[in-house]
Design a protein around this ligand. Structure first.
Ligand code: IDP
Ligand code: MG
Length: 151
């Protein structure tokens, strides 16, 4: 493993339901480091780019409509194996299949309102982070990394 950076989105349902603090708190308590974070509303173009891999699927239009429907909170999250670790914390796409204790199992009911996005690979993380953040918006947490992460 290595120190990785992943993109996490608290989707509009999470913001609307007031669950951002809970979700961000779980990420922080796991020890992952937030290196960028912002509240923003996506336009259609950026949403279609972010979810490009799903273009053509029956749920694509609804997904773009939903992700652009209100503000979301985007985070760049850093830590040892952070891509896989965050996916574990988020849980399976369908909340009914998500592991107990995961965000989706604890807080969500349906696949179309599953609260959180997390990049699914290092390559996706790189691509997706560039859609949401300028490199200059990433803040160094090197000092915290050295203090809190040890093999
Ligand atoms: P992921 O978010 O767990 O990575 P993906 O398969 O990448 O899941 O799908 C992206 C998002 O699209 C999901 O989080 C979910 O909100 C939505 N989605 C995926 N499959 C369906 C579906 O079958 N019906 C409705 N929405 C879906
Ligand atoms: Mg995905």
């Amino acid at each position: 493993m290595a120190i990785e950076t992943t993109l996490i989105l608290c989707k509009p349902d999470a913001v609307s339901r007031g669950l951002v603090g809970d979700i961000v708190g779980r990420i922080e308590r796991r020890g992952y480091l937030i290196v960028a974070m912002k509240l923003m509303q996506l336009d259609g173009e950026r949403a279609r780019k972010h979810y490009g891999e799903h273009e053509g699927k029956p749920f694509f239009a609804g997904l773009v409509e939903f992700i652009t429907s209100g503000p979301l909170v985007a985070l760049a999250v850093e830590g040892e194996g952070a891509v896989e670790g965050c996916r574990q914390m988020i849980g399976a796409t369908d909340p009914l299949k998500a592991a107990p204790g995961s965000i989706r199992a604890d807080l969500a009911q349906t696949i179309g309102r599953n609260l959180v996005h997390g990049s699914d690979s290092i390559a996706s993380a790189k691509r997706e982070l560039a859609i949401f953040f300028d490199p200059s918006e990433h803040v160094s947490r090197k000092h915290d990394l050295e203090r809190w992460i040890k093999e």
